[in-house]
Ligand binder design. Structure first.
Ligand SMILES: Cc1ncc(COP(=O)(O)O)c(C=O)c1O
Length: 430
């Protein structure tokens, strides 16, 4: 007889089994009892994953009337033409798989950036591509050669590295500046690679090349280096010439993460077409109001791009995302007008908060980083939340004194300034 729950039974009533004890047992004692792994699923999980601190994305609360300035979304809708294109793609074709390589989109992007589709891979957001880069270019720290895998032909550089511990470690290293995008250390941890964080200079400036060379903290041989440019969360932008000098020195791969570059004065895309060790990451999420559709891309040398294609899911970019991104590229003047509006609001908000004694970094992104007046940043987060305004605060030491505030519409910016004045007036009244 089969009982609800799916277990086979002889039909005779048995005494209910003792409840499993809640404590976590050692894997050795679990191994003696093959059933116990089911009671304690912990031991089914790889130790690396068990210990992993997952990335914490910004909150997405569904609170009516909330002014949401915490995840750098664009305050303006995608263009009417993009919405129409997506709507008209919602029909019986949804039963079909999308184009596996986002071919039409890659062709349009190639035209837009004056390169070839072979220079481009599209991802499920640029986050997916950052993860693929970690898998493609960094050796996990555990030695995979002991698994008896056939080895690829030796890289002469690698042979020269043998015996030098710093160089050997570099093969397993994901390097980045801090503060920058807090996903990078998580990607390194997921892959079992060494995360290597190097502090930015004062005021979140890019340290000069000579300083990086002298200090030896920066490793020019690191298998993979992520540079967020313009930087997040500071909003600072760095001259392309300085980035080029840095990239030129690198023996390992450099990803220039340009998620916010459409709000900046310069971009470094040309470096990805000039240097085989440089990839540039872009996204439709921020400047092109498509966070929800998850479309990002990398540009770089065809051999690197081909390696990444090998690792991605067969249909990694959903069909409606491809439609939306293509329609976006056909309506760029709409977006350029939005960039101008956001930059103007950024300037107004920076001036207004500076007047209230906030210390605001000059930003070339769609957010600002500000050290608030009078109270610690964390208290401001709560006080603003009580007034239905959500901004971002990071607990990391380098930025815990600051709030990161996404540039919203003009009226959202005014509401923020009103709330800040209100909070300060309340404090003065005691
Ligand atoms: C610096 C940086 N890079 C990449 C991303 C990921 O963007 P997406 O996966 O939406 O393309 C973000 C998102 O917040 C970011 O801040």
């Amino acid at each position: 007889m089969k009982r609800a729950g799916g277990h086979l039974s002889s039909g005779r009533r048995r005494k209910a089994p003792a409840r499993p004890r809640a404590e976590i047992r050692s894997p050795q004692s679990e191994a003696r009892n093959p059933q116990s792994a089911i009671r304690n699923p912990q031991w089914l999980i790889r130790p690396l994953v068990r210990q992993l601190q997952a990335y914490v994305p910004g909150e997405q609360p569904q609170v009516k009337g909330l002014i949401k300035l915490n995840t750098n979304e664009n305050p303006y809708s995608p263009s009417p033409r993009v919405l129409a294109a997506v709507r008209s793609a919602v029909d019986g074709r949804l039963r079909l798989y999308p184009n596996p390589t986002a071919q039409a989109l890659r062709e349009k992007l190639a035209q837009h950036h004056a390169c070839s589709p072979a220079n481009i891979i599209v991802g499920n957001g640029s986050d997916e591509l950052l993860a693929l880069a970690t898998r493609a270019f960094v050796e996990p720290a555990a030695d995979t050669r002991s698994f008896g895998l056939a080895r690829a032909p030796d890289n002469p550089d690698e042979t020269r590295r043998a015996g030098d511990p710093r160089r050997e470690r570099a093969r397993h290293t994901v390097q980045y500046f801090t503060p920058s995008y807090s996903l990078y250390p998580v990607l390194a941890a997921i892959h079992g690679a060494h995360p290597h964080a190097v502090r930015l200079a004062a005021h979140f400036d890019l340290p000069p090349l000579e300083l990086l060379e002298q200090s030896r903290a920066w490793n020019f041989e690191a298998a993979l280096t992520f540079i967020t440019t313009p930087n997040a969360p500071s909003g600072r932008a760095w001259p392309t010439a300085q980035l080029e000098a840095l990239c030129r020195r690198h023996r390992g791969l450099v990803v220039l993460d340009e998620a916010y570059v459409d709000f900046a004065e310069e971009n470094a895309l040309g470096l990805a077409l000039k240097y085989p060790q440089v990839l540039v990451a872009r996204t439709f999420s921020k400047a092109y109001s498509l966070c929800s559709q998850r479309v990002g891309y990398f540009i770089g040398h065809p051999e690197l791009i081909a390696a990444l294609h090998k690792l991605r899911d067969s249909y990694n970019v959903n069909g409606l995302g491809q439609v939306a991104a293509l329609a976006t590229l056909a309506d760029l003047p709409y977006y350029r007008a939005n960039f101008r509006r956001i930059k103007a609001t950024r300037a107004q908000l920076t001036a207004a908060l500076t007047q209230l004694d906030f210390d605001v970094f000059p930003s070339q992104t769609n957010f600002i980083l500000a050290r608030p007046a009078r109270f610690p940043a964390r208290e401001w987060l709560e006080k603003l939340r009580q007034r239905k305004i959500l901004v971002r605060w990071f607990p990391a030491a380098a930025v815990q004194d600051y709030l990161r505030i996404t540039i919203g519409t003009e009226s959202q910016a005014r509401a923020l300034v009103r709330a800040a004045k209100d909070i300060l007036a309340e404090a003065r009244r005691g």
